[in-house]
Ligand binder design. Sequence first.
Ligand code: HEM
Length: 163
Amino acid sequence: MPSITDLAAPFAGWSALYADSTLVSTTVTTIHILALLGAGGLAIGADRLTLRATVPDASRIAEELRAVHRPVLVALTVLFISGLALATADLETFLASPVFWVKLGLVTLLLANGAGLARTESRVRASLPVTDALWRRLRMHAWVSLTLWALVTVAGTVLVNAA
Ligand code: HEM
């Protein structure tokens, strides 16, 4: 089983560059925050739309949710790549940080809920008029999404100060 030091060794050059260059560290953190703004902003906007809608709006809402998937996935990919760059800049600290693992756990739940929401949305589109049970499930995914985006953002901020 490789030690944390062994796992961090291949990133020594990146870690030194990140520590020495304010331009590099600021750029990577800014990309992480902008990707959060993009992915989280679009996702939360779609959740709000779902929670304000009623059953007669189901087909319009399902269409809106289908259309927002791709931009959210693109922004999430940038969030992941920038997150990996942040983590590998100081891997020894973050791998040993319980906050980091709680955050990755919340990110995993966020992705699982996103997959559940996409599945439910395509079932809504395939089975109009929508059943009350399916509509309740879509609303549940929207509430879980809202909650997890907030929790991951808090965990990310705590990570900076308490890794
Ligand atoms: C939905 C996904 C994510 C959200 C909402 C998110 C959010 C945040 C936020 C708000 C910060 C604080 C930035 C600051 O104040 O400087 C942060 C920092 C950080 N994030 Fe993320 N993040 C996400 C995914 C990830 C992933 C997947 C990773 C790693 C694989 C990651 C690694 C980090 C690290 C290491 C920091 C601390 C950087 C430092 O101490 O300078 N994040 N994140």
